[in-house]
Unconditional design. Structure first.
Length: 162
């Protein structure tokens, strides 16, 4: 096999088997023609890889158009919900781990530091939040307090330097 044919076959592997069975020959010919005109093109390679990944996700029911057959629609809906549940579990697990690291760090920080003040305020807001509006007010308040604490610390450092 020559260089463009090997490259085209390698790029075609990004697509699912059913897609390759249906469109593989025509797509391979187009790729070989493009590879002979432009032997090195990062944009083409990235586009083929992106298209292959989208085709695989569509084949798994995680993106793309909903299939017309009701049984396929159910399979795609289940796959979408399962992927959403997995993403939520990973997000909550990583978020919990990060939050626990922050709380442990704040627990051992010296009293009166900016980290302790911000952490205590965040925990207080977290304990008393019952509505979304209260949450955003708390986040804005936390940002204001963090800004005040940081600016106060930088002003104190500037005074010490004089």
């Amino acid at each position: 096999m020559s260089g463009p044919q090997e490259q085209a076959k390698r790029l075609l592997r990004w697509y699912p088997r059913a897609w390759r069975a249906r469109y593989g020959e025509e797509f391979t010919e187009l790729l070989i023609a493009d590879l002979t005109e432009r032997p090195r093109s990062a944009a083409r390679t990235a586009d083929v890889i992106r298209g292959g990944l989208v085709a695989r996700l569509t084949d798994a029911g995680l993106c793309g158009c909903a299939p017309q057959a009701p049984e396929l629609a159910r399979v795609h809906a289940r796959a979408g919900l399962a992927s959403l549940a997995c993403c939520a579990a990973v997000f909550l697990g990583v978020g919990g781990a990060i939050w626990s690291q922050l709380v442990i760090g704040w627990q051992w920080s010296a009293p009166g530091t900016a980290g302790t003040a911000v952490a205590m305020f965040a925990m207080m807001i977290g304990n008393h939040v019952s509505h979304v509006e209260d949450y955003w007010l708390g986040v804005i308040g936390l940002g204001i307090i963090a800004y005040i604490v940081v600016s106060q610390r930088s002003a104190n450092r500037a005074r010490r330097r004089r």
